[in-house]
Design a protein around this ligand. Structure first.
Ligand code: 13P
Ligand code: SF4
Length: 362
């Protein structure tokens, strides 16, 4: 479904008027509404979130809280899809702007994944367990559910990978090669045990013997935001700010995560930085809105982005206060706009993979 153009009046309101109307309609909707917000959201939006979190925390919330009639998801499409799959049938999940997608999730299409799976089965009799990062479409999650696999997020990828290795000989990791590589390496596997599968090449760009030898088949996907952080940025911040600690999201390149002092999900980054002593110095390799928020909320620490390219997730950025207001006022008037509704058969298989993740993690 495409995003409809916002009625002009929403763009003409002042910030103050928009905020006042959001507060008012939110109050009127009361307990019928919950607003979930991912840490990369703008300040003008995240300030209205009832629950803030990383992908895992927000998915867990959707699985456990069956009371709100409307879940307005301030994040991106794959997160809202997961919330729809995990919430109950009477709850409606809404994304304030339908164009808030994720370029990484778009890098794995179901027909490409099916082709890869069939090719792999033709080469090796070994058992392959598919894992998909949360940042993937519902039909990729469903594929993993149908084929004995699971979903993971950046906060539980190690646990899910260990689980998969207990059950199979090889892991097919979708769609983020960097999270797959960083996680497998942290578990003690060598780079030469991993291969990359390029869906636009015959056999993913590999020979049959390379496929047979590999333990990890990493899908050739990446996050265009995190891929912009480079090893020289780590060297530069260290030279400029002696004693600075570098913390990176695991969607960053292997070379960057190896040079960093710490690696983890958005929730992990927030915990480390906020629990650190006053006066500590941090360079953070993740989306700029989270870095700026941490800096503003912790003025007694030096907090800078790992690179000043202004790494912005342009799709997270699509959710703004006027779209939130438009969504809420429509809900209040009984019109459910931008509902995210995963097809029942896809949802049933995807739920298996998501629930496996929740079981492994808890
Ligand atoms: P987290 O699960 O760490 O919040 O990451 C989500 C995401 O999309 C990062 O790009
Ligand atoms: Fe997708 Fe990257 Fe944006 Fe996360 S930061 S939602 S992976 S494009």
């Amino acid at each position: 479904m495409l995003q409809t153009i916002l009625p002009e009046q929403f763009g003409e309101l002042t910030e103050h008027e928009t905020d006042a109307r959001i507060r008012e309609v939110r109050e009127r909707l009361g307990r019928r509404l919950v607003i979930l917000g991912h840490h990369y959201q703008r300040d003008e939006v995240i300030k209205f979130a009832d629950v803030r979190g990383d992908s895992f925390k927000l998915a867990e919330w959707a699985a456990n809280r069956k009371d709100a009639e409307y879940i307005v998801f301030c994040g991106v499409h794959f997160m809202a899809e997961s919330a729809d799959i995990l919430s109950s049938a009477n709850q409606k999940v809404v994304l304030p702007d339908m164009s808030a997608g994720c370029s990484m999730a778009d890098m794995a299409a179901i027909d490409q994944v099916e082709t890869c799976w069939n090719d792999l089965a033709g080469i090796t009799p070994e058992k392959i367990v598919p894992i998909t990062y949360m940042n993937s479409a519902a039909n990729i999650k469903a594929f993993c559910g149908r084929n004995g696999g699971a979903v993971c997020t950046s906060s539980n990828a190690s646990a899910v990978m260990r689980w998969a290795l207990d059950r199979g000989d090889k892991v097919l990791f979708l769609p983020d090669q960097h999270l797959g590589r960083n996680t497998a390496y942290a578990l003690g596997y060598r780079l030469d045990e991993m291969m990359v599968w390029d869906p636009y090449e015959e056999l993913g760009g590999n020979t049959e013997s390379e496929v047979s030898a590999a333990r990890f088949i990493l899908w050739k996907g990446h996050c265009s935001v995190h891929q912009r952080f480079l090893p020289q940025h780590v060297a530069e911040v260290r030279a400029k700010h002696p004693g600075i600690r570098v913390i990176a999201h695991p969607e960053c390149r292997f070379e960057v995560t190896r040079l960093s002092d710490d690696v983890g999900s958005t929730e992990h980054i927030i915990k480390r930085v906020t629990e650190a002593p006053a006066g500590s110095k941090w360079a953070i390799g993740t989306e700029i809105h989270l870095v700026n928020r941490l800096r503003n909320e912790n003025p007694d620490r030096l907090i800078i982005p790992l690179d000043d390219c202004g790494c912005l997730c342009s799709t997270m950025f699509r959710i703004d206060a006027p779209h939130l207001l438009w969504t809420l006022e429509n809900l209040f008037e009984g019109r459910v706009v931008n509902q995210i509704s995963v097809l029942p058969d896809v949802a049933a298989s995807a739920r298996i993979a998501l629930n496996r993740m929740l079981e492994i993690t808890n």
